[in-house]
Design a binder for this molecule. Sequence first.
Ligand code: HEM
Length: 422
Amino acid sequence: MTTVAERSGVAFRFNPFDSAFIADPYPTFRLMRENDPVYKYQTLADDEWILTRHADIRSVLTDRRFGIDNLGARVAQKIPFMPEDAPSLGRLSATLGSWLFFVNPPDHSRLRHVVSRDFTATAITRVRPVAEQFVDGVFASLERDGRFDLMAEIARPLPAVVTAAVLGLQTDRVHDLVSCSEQLFSIFEQPISFNGYRSMASAAETFSSFFEEEFARRAGQPPKNDLLGKLLLGCGKDLTHAELISFSAMLFSVGQETTENYIGNAVLALLQNPAQLERLTADRTRVPAAALELARYDSAVQFITRVPLEDVIISGRKLGRGDRVYLALGAANRDPAAFRSPDTLDIARRETSNLPFGSGIHFCLGSALARLMVEVVLERLIEHPDVEIDLAGVVRRRTIVLRGVRQLPLQLRRQTDHGALA
Ligand code: HEM
């Protein structure tokens, strides 16, 4: 098989740190998908591959010859090589130990079963009023002040407020956990510097102390009818104490930055596509479908990783046992073989084979919850046709696995004396 460079006639070398790629990865994904869909990624590390076709990615996600990339275990392997003053990677490894992403069956099925019913679309509707109340409050302040940063005021705090309600924590106790979530989630962004490990280890300490204290406090009181209460009741039966702490940290942290980016990307894309915004405003029953299409159009999670458990041939190329395989979900979601006019945002799109939340046994546990939050934000946005975006003030993040913006300033258009929008 020829390489992307040979086929396209240009010297192509994938560089995820390139500013143009970070600003807009989709032209690069198209080049790779069309010319070299099983791309050999030249790095200093082991053999690595990047898959960009929807069909290949979808099939890998349900192929038992591929296993998960156990980042928690990889942290543990580094412990003997760290200097004496290094932060405690043992605690970091333990905190990540039961994250579903890094667990294989049968433990995966056992642990996921503990919470799977708590995250269905029906189960999580009970927190919709929490999200609505929060977003209403922010839009009310917009009416007063005329301008706000969507990321700071809604996209970042909303997942924390809602996740706290799902777990049964008071909102004012979780502020510290939000920045710790971001630090912990950087485990998915490779390579990780020594300082990166240091901040992840400190975030892991914060998380485990927080939940140790929370459960110690609850142990002396009548059981609470919330998700943490349920997990505590199951401790010793469904899950061990170490799993309880790791699992709670996962449930809080993984939905923070992911949903923050999902909200930001969705609002940015919609405001940049006024015809679709108008269509949505005209028919708000389309909001759930729009939330899903927006997740496809600009995926908050661009890459996930798998490891072949044996040699596997894909599109004529041999992926060796133990190689690392990056599945470019962002590329799959823009594949014309799966979606008609994939680069067009279409809130009435019929194809539903989106992969923003993965597929197979590791399909995102929180997808319904994340969509609920985006739906609430979209509903409020269309109630405010006078909101516009200050594009010059948009600041993009430099992360690779997660795609999103740090700053998304919105403002109210001024009204003329006649009441028309200026
Ligand atoms: C409240 C919000 C969220 C929660 C609680 C959550 C939770 C989780 C959990 C626990 C998993 C692992 C499932 C397993 O291995 O069985 C997972 C997987 C995943 N999540 Fe989410 N998530 C949330 C939001 C999001 C968002 C907004 C996105 C992107 C738009 C996303 C994308 C993914 C993907 C792609 C996977 C699959 C990972 C893989 O297969 O390697 N998640 N999520």
